[in-house]
Design a binder for this molecule. Structure first.
Ligand SMILES: Nc1nc2c(ncn2[C@@H]2O[C@H](COP(=O)(O)OP(=O)(O)OP(=O)(O)O)[C@@H](O)[C@H]2O)c(=O)[nH]1
Ligand SMILES: [Mg+2]
Length: 437
Protein backbone atom coordinates (compact mmCIF):
# COMPACT_ATOMS: atom_id res chain seq x y z
CA UNK A 1 0.00 0.00 0.00
CA UNK A 2 1.21 3.48 -0.80
CA UNK A 3 2.39 5.41 2.26
CA UNK A 4 2.94 9.12 2.45
CA UNK A 5 6.63 9.83 2.74
CA UNK A 6 7.62 10.91 6.26
CA UNK A 7 10.77 12.74 5.29
CA UNK A 8 11.22 15.12 8.19
CA UNK A 9 11.33 12.11 10.54
CA UNK A 10 14.59 11.12 8.90
CA UNK A 11 16.40 14.42 9.04
CA UNK A 12 18.03 16.16 11.97
CA UNK A 13 19.76 19.32 10.79
CA UNK A 14 18.01 21.60 8.40
CA UNK A 15 19.37 24.62 6.59
CA UNK A 16 16.67 27.18 5.86
CA UNK A 17 16.74 29.18 2.65
CA UNK A 18 14.55 31.92 1.30
CA UNK A 19 15.09 33.18 -2.25
CA UNK A 20 13.80 36.68 -3.02
CA UNK A 21 14.03 38.93 -6.03
CA UNK A 22 12.91 42.43 -5.11
CA UNK A 23 15.19 44.27 -2.61
CA UNK A 24 12.14 45.93 -1.03
CA UNK A 25 10.94 42.47 0.02
CA UNK A 26 13.98 41.75 2.21
CA UNK A 27 12.34 42.72 5.53
CA UNK A 28 9.23 40.68 4.97
CA UNK A 29 11.20 37.68 3.74
CA UNK A 30 13.36 37.81 6.87
CA UNK A 31 10.25 37.74 9.09
CA UNK A 32 8.89 34.79 7.15
CA UNK A 33 12.21 32.98 7.42
CA UNK A 34 12.08 33.45 11.20
CA UNK A 35 8.59 32.02 11.16
CA UNK A 36 9.83 29.07 9.09
CA UNK A 37 12.40 28.47 11.81
CA UNK A 38 9.57 28.14 14.35
CA UNK A 39 7.69 25.81 12.05
CA UNK A 40 10.68 23.54 11.38
CA UNK A 41 11.67 23.48 15.06
CA UNK A 42 8.10 22.45 15.73
CA UNK A 43 8.81 19.25 13.84
CA UNK A 44 11.72 18.53 16.18
CA UNK A 45 14.35 19.32 13.55
CA UNK A 46 17.46 21.31 14.50
CA UNK A 47 18.39 24.45 12.56
CA UNK A 48 21.87 24.28 11.04
CA UNK A 49 21.70 27.61 9.23
CA UNK A 50 19.38 30.27 7.88
CA UNK A 51 19.98 32.25 4.69
CA UNK A 52 18.22 34.96 2.73
CA UNK A 53 19.32 34.65 -0.89
CA UNK A 54 18.86 37.58 -3.24
CA UNK A 55 18.50 36.58 -6.87
CA UNK A 56 18.32 38.99 -9.77
CA UNK A 57 15.87 37.01 -11.89
CA UNK A 58 13.59 34.05 -11.51
CA UNK A 59 14.85 30.89 -13.21
CA UNK A 60 12.82 27.83 -14.04
CA UNK A 61 15.37 25.28 -12.96
CA UNK A 62 16.33 26.31 -9.42
CA UNK A 63 14.21 29.43 -8.92
CA UNK A 64 17.48 31.36 -8.62
CA UNK A 65 20.32 31.19 -11.14
CA UNK A 66 22.79 28.28 -11.32
CA UNK A 67 25.59 30.30 -9.71
CA UNK A 68 23.48 31.15 -6.67
CA UNK A 69 22.34 27.52 -6.50
CA UNK A 70 25.99 26.43 -6.26
CA UNK A 71 26.47 28.92 -3.40
CA UNK A 72 23.52 27.41 -1.55
CA UNK A 73 24.98 23.95 -2.05
CA UNK A 74 28.27 25.11 -0.50
CA UNK A 75 26.45 26.70 2.44
CA UNK A 76 24.64 23.43 3.09
CA UNK A 77 27.92 21.52 2.98
CA UNK A 78 29.61 24.02 5.31
CA UNK A 79 26.98 23.69 8.02
CA UNK A 80 26.66 19.92 7.51
CA UNK A 81 22.91 20.11 6.99
CA UNK A 82 21.15 16.89 6.05
CA UNK A 83 18.16 18.72 4.63
CA UNK A 84 17.47 22.06 2.93
CA UNK A 85 14.13 23.71 3.62
CA UNK A 86 12.92 26.44 1.26
CA UNK A 87 10.57 29.14 2.40
CA UNK A 88 9.53 29.49 -1.25
CA UNK A 89 7.09 27.11 -2.85
CA UNK A 90 9.03 24.75 -5.11
CA UNK A 91 7.48 23.05 -8.10
CA UNK A 92 7.95 19.26 -8.23
CA UNK A 93 10.65 19.63 -10.87
CA UNK A 94 12.51 22.38 -8.97
CA UNK A 95 12.47 20.19 -5.90
CA UNK A 96 13.97 17.34 -7.95
CA UNK A 97 16.66 19.59 -9.41
CA UNK A 98 17.64 20.83 -5.99
CA UNK A 99 17.84 17.31 -4.56
CA UNK A 100 20.00 16.27 -7.46
CA UNK A 101 22.29 19.26 -6.84
CA UNK A 102 22.73 19.12 -3.07
CA UNK A 103 22.25 15.36 -2.83
CA UNK A 104 20.17 15.81 0.32
CA UNK A 105 16.51 15.94 1.03
CA UNK A 106 14.94 19.23 -0.06
CA UNK A 107 11.52 20.33 1.15
CA UNK A 108 9.49 23.51 0.93
CA UNK A 109 7.30 25.54 3.27
CA UNK A 110 4.16 23.80 2.13
CA UNK A 111 5.51 20.38 3.02
CA UNK A 112 6.56 21.61 6.47
CA UNK A 113 3.07 22.95 7.15
CA UNK A 114 1.46 19.77 5.84
CA UNK A 115 3.64 17.70 8.18
CA UNK A 116 2.71 19.81 11.19
CA UNK A 117 -0.96 19.57 10.30
CA UNK A 118 -0.65 15.82 9.92
CA UNK A 119 0.75 15.52 13.43
CA UNK A 120 -1.86 17.74 15.03
CA UNK A 121 -5.04 16.49 13.37
CA UNK A 122 -7.30 14.79 15.89
CA UNK A 123 -10.83 14.37 14.61
CA UNK A 124 -11.78 12.15 11.70
CA UNK A 125 -12.53 15.17 9.54
CA UNK A 126 -9.24 16.95 10.21
CA UNK A 127 -7.30 13.72 9.66
CA UNK A 128 -9.03 13.09 6.35
CA UNK A 129 -8.55 16.65 5.16
CA UNK A 130 -4.85 16.63 5.97
CA UNK A 131 -4.35 13.23 4.37
CA UNK A 132 -6.08 14.45 1.23
CA UNK A 133 -3.90 17.55 1.05
CA UNK A 134 -0.73 15.51 1.56
CA UNK A 135 -1.74 12.99 -1.10
CA UNK A 136 -2.39 15.78 -3.58
CA UNK A 137 0.95 17.32 -2.71
CA UNK A 138 2.80 13.99 -3.06
CA UNK A 139 1.24 12.75 -6.27
CA UNK A 140 3.29 14.84 -8.74
CA UNK A 141 6.38 14.33 -6.58
CA UNK A 142 6.41 10.55 -6.55
CA UNK A 143 8.99 10.26 -9.30
CA UNK A 144 11.43 12.10 -7.05
CA UNK A 145 10.71 9.79 -4.21
CA UNK A 146 11.50 6.69 -6.21
CA UNK A 147 14.54 8.29 -7.80
CA UNK A 148 15.81 8.67 -4.32
CA UNK A 149 15.19 5.02 -3.53
CA UNK A 150 16.70 3.89 -6.83
CA UNK A 151 19.86 5.76 -6.04
CA UNK A 152 20.01 4.32 -2.55
CA UNK A 153 19.34 0.83 -3.88
CA UNK A 154 22.00 1.22 -6.58
CA UNK A 155 24.53 2.38 -4.02
CA UNK A 156 24.09 -0.32 -1.43
CA UNK A 157 23.33 -3.13 -3.87
CA UNK A 158 26.76 -2.82 -5.51
CA UNK A 159 27.00 -4.45 -8.94
CA UNK A 160 23.82 -6.50 -8.57
CA UNK A 161 21.40 -5.69 -11.38
CA UNK A 162 22.95 -2.27 -12.09
CA UNK A 163 21.43 1.22 -12.00
CA UNK A 164 19.37 0.78 -15.17
CA UNK A 165 17.39 -2.17 -13.87
CA UNK A 166 16.78 -0.48 -10.55
CA UNK A 167 15.48 2.63 -12.30
CA UNK A 168 13.10 0.47 -14.32
CA UNK A 169 11.73 -1.07 -11.14
CA UNK A 170 11.27 2.38 -9.70
CA UNK A 171 9.30 3.54 -12.71
CA UNK A 172 6.97 0.55 -12.56
CA UNK A 173 6.51 1.17 -8.88
CA UNK A 174 5.62 4.82 -9.55
CA UNK A 175 2.79 3.75 -11.84
CA UNK A 176 1.41 1.31 -9.27
CA UNK A 177 1.68 3.88 -6.53
CA UNK A 178 0.04 6.61 -8.60
CA UNK A 179 -2.94 4.36 -9.20
CA UNK A 180 -3.16 3.47 -5.50
CA UNK A 181 -2.81 7.12 -4.53
CA UNK A 182 -5.57 8.21 -6.92
CA UNK A 183 -7.88 5.49 -5.59
CA UNK A 184 -7.14 6.60 -2.04
CA UNK A 185 -7.79 10.25 -2.90
CA UNK A 186 -11.19 9.31 -4.28
CA UNK A 187 -12.00 7.22 -1.21
CA UNK A 188 -11.05 10.10 1.12
CA UNK A 189 -13.14 12.52 -0.90
CA UNK A 190 -16.16 10.21 -0.63
CA UNK A 191 -15.74 9.83 3.11
CA UNK A 192 -15.31 13.58 3.53
CA UNK A 193 -18.64 14.15 1.80
CA UNK A 194 -20.29 11.97 4.47
CA UNK A 195 -18.51 13.68 7.37
CA UNK A 196 -19.36 17.10 5.95
CA UNK A 197 -23.00 16.11 5.63
CA UNK A 198 -23.02 15.17 9.33
CA UNK A 199 -21.66 18.58 10.25
CA UNK A 200 -24.31 20.24 8.11
CA UNK A 201 -27.00 18.37 10.04
CA UNK A 202 -25.54 19.50 13.35
CA UNK A 203 -25.42 23.04 12.05
CA UNK A 204 -29.05 22.96 10.91
CA UNK A 205 -29.97 21.86 14.39
CA UNK A 206 -28.16 24.90 15.75
CA UNK A 207 -29.79 27.24 13.24
CA UNK A 208 -33.17 25.92 14.21
CA UNK A 209 -32.41 26.96 17.76
CA UNK A 210 -31.55 30.40 16.36
CA UNK A 211 -28.81 30.99 18.94
CA UNK A 212 -26.35 33.65 17.76
CA UNK A 213 -22.92 32.43 16.70
CA UNK A 214 -19.47 33.99 16.51
CA UNK A 215 -16.20 32.55 15.28
CA UNK A 216 -12.80 33.37 16.77
CA UNK A 217 -10.30 33.73 13.96
CA UNK A 218 -6.75 35.01 13.64
CA UNK A 219 -3.12 34.24 13.01
CA UNK A 220 -1.69 31.14 14.63
CA UNK A 221 -0.51 31.59 18.26
CA UNK A 222 -2.46 34.86 18.70
CA UNK A 223 -4.37 33.49 21.71
CA UNK A 224 -7.69 32.33 20.20
CA UNK A 225 -8.02 29.16 22.28
CA UNK A 226 -6.95 31.02 25.42
CA UNK A 227 -9.65 33.59 24.71
CA UNK A 228 -12.32 30.91 24.39
CA UNK A 229 -11.13 29.31 27.66
CA UNK A 230 -11.38 32.68 29.41
CA UNK A 231 -14.84 33.70 28.29
CA UNK A 232 -16.37 30.22 28.50
CA UNK A 233 -14.75 29.44 31.85
CA UNK A 234 -13.71 26.01 30.60
CA UNK A 235 -10.36 24.77 29.45
CA UNK A 236 -9.64 24.76 25.71
CA UNK A 237 -6.21 23.48 24.75
CA UNK A 238 -3.83 26.42 24.29
CA UNK A 239 -0.12 25.99 23.74
CA UNK A 240 2.79 28.19 22.81
CA UNK A 241 3.24 26.53 19.46
CA UNK A 242 2.11 27.23 15.92
CA UNK A 243 -1.09 25.44 14.91
CA UNK A 244 -1.97 24.13 18.38
CA UNK A 245 -5.59 24.01 17.23
CA UNK A 246 -6.67 22.12 14.14
CA UNK A 247 -10.20 21.22 15.05
CA UNK A 248 -12.97 23.60 15.87
CA UNK A 249 -14.37 23.72 19.40
CA UNK A 250 -17.69 25.39 20.18
CA UNK A 251 -18.76 26.65 23.62
CA UNK A 252 -21.95 28.32 24.72
CA UNK A 253 -21.45 31.51 26.70
CA UNK A 254 -23.83 34.06 28.20
CA UNK A 255 -23.58 37.72 27.29
CA UNK A 256 -24.20 40.52 29.86
CA UNK A 257 -27.89 40.79 29.08
CA UNK A 258 -28.30 37.08 29.29
CA UNK A 259 -28.35 36.35 25.61
CA UNK A 260 -26.60 33.08 24.78
CA UNK A 261 -23.83 33.07 22.18
CA UNK A 262 -22.16 30.06 20.57
CA UNK A 263 -18.43 30.80 20.25
CA UNK A 264 -16.26 28.69 17.96
CA UNK A 265 -12.46 28.47 18.08
CA UNK A 266 -10.87 27.87 14.67
CA UNK A 267 -7.59 26.79 13.14
CA UNK A 268 -4.96 29.54 13.03
CA UNK A 269 -4.18 31.33 9.81
CA UNK A 270 -0.72 31.84 8.41
CA UNK A 271 0.91 33.72 5.57
CA UNK A 272 1.18 31.62 2.43
CA UNK A 273 -1.07 28.97 3.87
CA UNK A 274 -0.73 26.28 1.20
CA UNK A 275 -3.65 26.74 -1.10
CA UNK A 276 -4.71 23.14 -0.95
CA UNK A 277 -4.92 23.47 2.82
CA UNK A 278 -7.22 26.46 2.51
CA UNK A 279 -9.31 24.21 0.27
CA UNK A 280 -9.03 21.29 2.67
CA UNK A 281 -9.95 23.33 5.69
CA UNK A 282 -12.78 25.19 4.10
CA UNK A 283 -15.38 23.01 5.75
CA UNK A 284 -13.75 23.44 9.16
CA UNK A 285 -13.56 27.18 8.58
CA UNK A 286 -17.13 27.18 7.38
CA UNK A 287 -17.99 27.95 10.98
CA UNK A 288 -16.45 31.34 10.27
CA UNK A 289 -18.45 31.78 7.08
CA UNK A 290 -21.74 30.96 8.79
CA UNK A 291 -21.15 32.92 11.99
CA UNK A 292 -23.17 36.06 12.72
CA UNK A 293 -19.94 37.92 13.39
CA UNK A 294 -16.21 37.31 13.82
CA UNK A 295 -13.78 38.00 16.62
CA UNK A 296 -10.31 38.39 15.19
CA UNK A 297 -7.54 37.95 17.74
CA UNK A 298 -4.27 39.76 16.97
CA UNK A 299 -1.08 39.34 18.99
CA UNK A 300 -0.41 43.04 19.64
CA UNK A 301 3.09 42.29 20.93
CA UNK A 302 4.17 40.87 17.57
CA UNK A 303 6.00 43.37 15.33
CA UNK A 304 4.16 41.78 12.40
CA UNK A 305 0.71 42.33 13.96
CA UNK A 306 -0.67 44.43 11.11
CA UNK A 307 0.50 41.97 8.51
CA UNK A 308 -1.02 39.06 10.42
CA UNK A 309 -4.28 40.95 10.51
CA UNK A 310 -4.15 41.48 6.75
CA UNK A 311 -3.30 37.83 6.07
CA UNK A 312 -6.28 36.71 8.11
CA UNK A 313 -8.52 39.09 6.15
CA UNK A 314 -7.21 37.68 2.87
CA UNK A 315 -8.00 34.11 3.86
CA UNK A 316 -11.43 35.20 5.11
CA UNK A 317 -12.05 36.85 1.76
CA UNK A 318 -11.15 33.64 -0.01
CA UNK A 319 -13.61 31.79 2.18
CA UNK A 320 -16.33 34.30 1.39
CA UNK A 321 -16.42 35.70 4.93
CA UNK A 322 -14.55 38.94 4.23
CA UNK A 323 -17.51 41.21 4.82
CA UNK A 324 -18.69 39.79 8.15
CA UNK A 325 -19.02 42.26 11.02
CA UNK A 326 -15.88 41.94 13.11
CA UNK A 327 -14.48 42.77 16.52
CA UNK A 328 -10.69 42.97 16.65
CA UNK A 329 -9.10 41.89 19.93
CA UNK A 330 -5.62 43.35 20.44
CA UNK A 331 -4.35 40.58 22.67
CA UNK A 332 -1.23 40.21 24.80
CA UNK A 333 -1.10 43.90 25.71
CA UNK A 334 0.60 42.75 28.92
CA UNK A 335 3.71 42.19 26.78
CA UNK A 336 3.56 45.70 25.37
CA UNK A 337 5.16 48.29 27.70
CA UNK A 338 2.63 50.69 29.18
CA UNK A 339 3.95 53.75 27.27
CA UNK A 340 3.76 51.91 23.94
CA UNK A 341 0.18 50.63 24.25
CA UNK A 342 -1.53 53.86 23.28
CA UNK A 343 0.84 54.39 20.38
CA UNK A 344 0.27 50.86 19.18
CA UNK A 345 -3.49 51.25 19.19
CA UNK A 346 -3.20 54.47 17.21
CA UNK A 347 -0.87 52.74 14.79
CA UNK A 348 -3.10 49.72 14.34
CA UNK A 349 -6.48 51.44 14.45
CA UNK A 350 -6.46 52.76 10.84
CA UNK A 351 -5.90 49.20 9.64
CA UNK A 352 -8.92 47.85 11.42
CA UNK A 353 -12.35 48.32 10.01
CA UNK A 354 -14.22 46.81 12.93
CA UNK A 355 -14.29 47.59 16.62
CA UNK A 356 -11.02 47.31 18.55
CA UNK A 357 -10.82 45.87 22.08
CA UNK A 358 -7.39 45.78 23.80
CA UNK A 359 -7.07 42.70 26.03
CA UNK A 360 -4.72 40.55 27.99
CA UNK A 361 -6.33 37.14 27.96
CA UNK A 362 -3.54 35.90 30.19
CA UNK A 363 -4.25 38.45 32.91
CA UNK A 364 -7.98 38.39 32.31
CA UNK A 365 -8.15 42.08 31.31
CA UNK A 366 -10.66 43.44 28.83
CA UNK A 367 -13.14 40.57 29.02
CA UNK A 368 -16.02 42.86 29.99
CA UNK A 369 -15.33 45.19 27.05
CA UNK A 370 -15.28 42.25 24.67
CA UNK A 371 -18.60 40.89 25.91
CA UNK A 372 -20.18 44.35 25.62
CA UNK A 373 -18.88 44.61 22.07
CA UNK A 374 -20.51 41.24 21.34
CA UNK A 375 -23.81 42.54 22.69
CA UNK A 376 -23.54 45.53 20.34
CA UNK A 377 -22.84 43.23 17.40
CA UNK A 378 -26.05 41.37 18.12
CA UNK A 379 -28.27 44.32 18.92
CA UNK A 380 -30.19 43.94 15.70
CA UNK A 381 -30.65 40.25 16.41
CA UNK A 382 -32.49 40.36 19.74
CA UNK A 383 -35.72 41.75 21.16
CA UNK A 384 -36.72 42.21 24.78
CA UNK A 385 -40.45 41.82 25.54
CA UNK A 386 -43.12 40.35 27.84
CA UNK A 387 -45.01 37.26 26.75
CA UNK A 388 -48.10 35.50 28.01
CA UNK A 389 -47.86 31.79 27.24
CA UNK A 390 -50.90 29.57 27.82
CA UNK A 391 -50.31 26.64 30.17
CA UNK A 392 -50.88 24.24 27.27
CA UNK A 393 -47.68 25.55 25.62
CA UNK A 394 -45.06 24.75 28.23
CA UNK A 395 -42.81 23.71 25.32
CA UNK A 396 -42.49 27.40 24.38
CA UNK A 397 -41.54 28.36 27.92
CA UNK A 398 -38.83 25.71 27.86
CA UNK A 399 -37.61 26.98 24.47
CA UNK A 400 -37.48 30.56 25.78
CA UNK A 401 -35.20 29.39 28.57
CA UNK A 402 -32.86 27.50 26.26
CA UNK A 403 -32.72 30.02 23.41
CA UNK A 404 -32.89 33.32 25.20
CA UNK A 405 -32.73 34.81 28.64
CA UNK A 406 -35.79 34.89 30.88
CA UNK A 407 -35.72 37.70 33.43
CA UNK A 408 -38.97 37.12 35.28
CA UNK A 409 -41.69 34.50 35.47
CA UNK A 410 -45.13 35.00 36.96
CA UNK A 411 -48.02 32.53 36.99
CA UNK A 412 -51.33 34.25 36.26
CA UNK A 413 -54.77 32.93 35.43
CA UNK A 414 -54.34 32.87 31.62
CA UNK A 415 -50.87 31.34 31.65
CA UNK A 416 -47.22 32.09 32.33
CA UNK A 417 -46.14 35.72 32.10
CA UNK A 418 -42.48 36.05 31.18
CA UNK A 419 -40.12 38.87 30.40
CA UNK A 420 -37.29 37.74 28.15
CA UNK A 421 -34.64 38.65 25.59
CA UNK A 422 -34.97 36.46 22.52
CA UNK A 423 -33.26 36.09 19.16
CA UNK A 424 -35.28 37.94 16.50
CA UNK A 425 -36.10 34.75 14.58
CA UNK A 426 -37.62 33.18 17.68
CA UNK A 427 -39.27 36.42 18.76
CA UNK A 428 -41.08 36.60 15.41
CA UNK A 429 -42.56 33.17 15.96
CA UNK A 430 -43.86 34.22 19.36
CA UNK A 431 -45.36 37.54 18.29
CA UNK A 432 -48.92 36.30 18.84
CA UNK A 433 -48.05 35.66 22.50
CA UNK A 434 -46.85 39.21 23.27
CA UNK A 435 -48.34 40.36 26.58
CA UNK A 436 -48.42 44.08 25.74
CA UNK A 437 -50.08 44.05 22.37
N1 LIG B 1 1.63 37.11 27.49
C1 LIG B 1 0.47 36.67 27.02
N2 LIG B 1 0.41 35.43 26.47
C2 LIG B 1 -0.77 35.01 26.00
C3 LIG B 1 -1.94 35.82 26.08
N3 LIG B 1 -2.96 35.13 25.51
C4 LIG B 1 -2.44 33.94 25.11
N4 LIG B 1 -1.12 33.86 25.41
C5 LIG B 1 -0.19 32.73 25.14
O1 LIG B 1 -0.01 32.61 23.74
C6 LIG B 1 0.17 31.25 23.39
C7 LIG B 1 -0.77 30.84 22.28
O2 LIG B 1 -2.09 30.81 22.77
P1 LIG B 1 -3.24 29.94 22.07
O3 LIG B 1 -4.51 30.30 22.78
O4 LIG B 1 -2.85 28.51 21.98
O5 LIG B 1 -3.21 30.58 20.61
P2 LIG B 1 -4.10 30.16 19.34
O6 LIG B 1 -4.41 31.44 18.63
O7 LIG B 1 -5.24 29.32 19.76
O8 LIG B 1 -3.02 29.35 18.49
P3 LIG B 1 -3.27 28.22 17.35
O9 LIG B 1 -4.29 27.26 17.85
O10 LIG B 1 -1.91 27.63 17.22
O11 LIG B 1 -3.69 28.94 16.12
C8 LIG B 1 -0.01 30.44 24.67
O12 LIG B 1 1.25 30.13 25.20
C9 LIG B 1 -0.77 31.40 25.58
O13 LIG B 1 -0.53 31.16 26.94
C10 LIG B 1 -1.85 37.12 26.68
O14 LIG B 1 -2.79 37.89 26.81
N5 LIG B 1 -0.60 37.48 27.12
MG1 LIG C 1 -5.70 27.43 19.26
Amino acid sequence: MFEIREKPEMVERAMLVSVYFDPSEAGEKQAMLDELEDLVSNLGIGIAGKHLIKSRDMHAKFLCGTGKAQEVKQLALDCRADCVVFDNMLSPSQQREWERLVDECVIDREEVILDIFARRARTREATLQVELARMQYSLPRMARMWNHLDRQGGGSGGGKGGGGAARGEGEKQIEVDRRLARARIEAIQRELVLVTRQRATQRKERERQAVATAAIVGYTNAGKSSLLSLVSGSEVMARDMLFATLDTTTRKIELPHGQPLLLTDTVGFIRNLPHRLVEAFKSTLEEAVLADFLIQVVDASDPEAVRHYETTLEVLNELGAGDKPMIVVLNKVDLVPEERRGALETLLAPHFSGRVVPMSVKEGNGEGDLLNACVEMLESRVRRARFLIPYTRSDLVAAMHSEGKVFSTEYVEEGTLLEAVLPVAFYNKLESFLADR
